[in-house]
Design a protein around this ligand. Structure first.
Ligand code: ATP
Ligand code: MG
Length: 262
């Protein structure tokens, strides 16, 4: 098991062992994750990269208890998710986990403010409107609070989704390509925010295709065909781009069975 990100004497906040996930497919099972072992230090910022279809979203969903793996275990703060029933799991997700979905998953009937505050309402927690406004302002949407999702651009919806994942002050935030729909300036704001959160004790696990986004993390984990194939501590955008180019090329070779010449 490789410990990622900052080394500390504290037990890891997330420990994943021998995680496998298979989906049924017409030509036999699709192996989305194959024996993934991973240990994530508290208060670290981990980026996960890999070619499309390499299992990044599946890994995030299994780690956050949104999806059951085929086998293997996920422990959050020493608590094995397999030992929890649906109600306990839902409570754990509401209280300790923030999740930014690749497809945003905002509720269309609710305003930006109501979408952001939803995790607190679901948990019958106190709403502090000033906190909601502060978070929305932080992601550059201070003047869009009353808009409903259909009145927002893709990038604005994504930023509402980021604010919603952070409102309850979760210990661990999983973000699936949280800057994928953002322009450079908004992306930088969101990345700075996540960097700050990690520096103040929260743990961030972010999937990204962007080497610059990955360079905000403490370490990058590279997935290919459902396996962890590499990791890079204290990454620079250039190093990350170099490793990704190699991975994408081998994924193309695996699909086409030949070397790709450019
Ligand atoms: N519900 C599903 N049913 C069948 N196969 C699935 C399902 N979800 C994902 N897969 C397959 O599992 C593999 C991993 O998918 P996953 O969504 O985890 O990839 P990813 O790395 O997040 O890709 P991307 O970068 O495109 O978001 C892919 O081959 C995908 O086609
Ligand atoms: Mg994905």
């Amino acid at each position: 098991m490789i410990p990622y990100a900052t080394a500390t004497s504290m037990p890891p906040i997330l420990r994943i062992r021998a995680l496998r996930c298979e989906y049924p497919g017409e030509a036999g099972p699709v192996h989305a994750l194959r024996d993934v072992d991973l240990s994530v230090a508290r208060s670290s910022f981990l980026a996960i990269m890999g070619p499309s279809g390499s299992g990044k979203t599946t890994l995030l969903h299994c780690a956050a208890g949104l999806q059951n793996p085929t086998s293997g275990s996920v422990e959050l703060d020493g608590q094995d998710l397999r030992g929890l029933d649906q109600v306990q799991l839902a409570r754990l997700r509401r209280r300790r986990i923030g999740f930014v979905f690749q497809s945003f998953n905002l509720l269309p009937a609710l305003s930006a403010i109501d979408n952001v505050e939803l995790p607190l309402r679901l948990d019958s927690r106190k709403i502090e409107p000033a906190r909601t406004t502060e978070l929305l302002t932080r992601v550059g949407l201070g003047n869009r609070g009353s808009h409903r999702p259909h009145q927002l651009s893709g990038g604005q919806k994504q930023r509402v989704a980021v604010a919603r994942a952070l409102i309850a002050g979760p210990d661990i935030v999983f973000a699936d390509e949280p800057t994928g729909a953002l322009d450079i300036r908004s992306a930088r704001e969101v990345l700075r925010l996540m960097r700050e959160l990690a520096d103040h004790g929260q743990t961030i696990i972010m999937v990204t295709h962007d080497p610059v986004a990955a360079s905000y993390s403490d370490a990058v984990l590279f997935l290919a065909d459902g396996r962890i194939v590499d990791h890079l501590p204290r990454p620079t955008a250039q190093q990350v781009a170099g490793r990704m180019a190699v991975l994408v090329e081998s994924a193309e070779q695996a699909v086409h069975g030949t070397a790709v010449h450019r």
